[in-house]
Design a protein around this ligand. Sequence first.
Ligand code: HEC
Length: 146
Amino acid sequence: MGKKLLMLTGILLSLFVGFQLIPVSRENPPVTLEVRWDSPQTRELAKRACFDCHSNETVWPWYAYIAPVSFGISNHVMEGREKLNFSEWDKTNCDFREVEETITEGEMPLWNYLLMHPEANLTATEKEQLLSGLRATFQQDPPRIP
Ligand code: HEC
């Protein structure tokens, strides 16, 4: 190996090790009030496709412990919960219109999440079931809008 390459490898390696020392939040705070689901099936679909970023029941994968990937994952979960958190229905959450938009436009779940979570890749039928289930859920238990 050339000297320059060796030095570059050394720099990258120490950066990588240094990254691991930066604290990352991987908290699952207590569920304060879960939304009143219209049916267990809706919850099941939401659990498969949305819970990791929109509930306090996040399943943190092994790569969520390796920086810098962990920074991105932690951010997504924190930002996702901020907008919509099925586990904190006593706090403010977005309205159904936004949910409908993200699902019909295929924005949610995030595409990079789907790469590692094939079970979250809902079929067209499942998406429709989730959407109508969430519509009913939001109707019977409306969120507090910010
Ligand atoms: C990998 C994490 C992740 C998953 C899984 C995920 N979301 Fe999100 N979601 C986010 C993030 C991050 C934001 C906030 C940033 C943004 O607005 O793009 C967000 C924002 C939202 C919003 C607010 C609207 C908006 O555009 O800001 C809605 C509604 C939403 N998600 C619905 C869902 C639904 C429904 C599912 C399941 C089908 C889902 N999300 C799955 C990460 C995720």
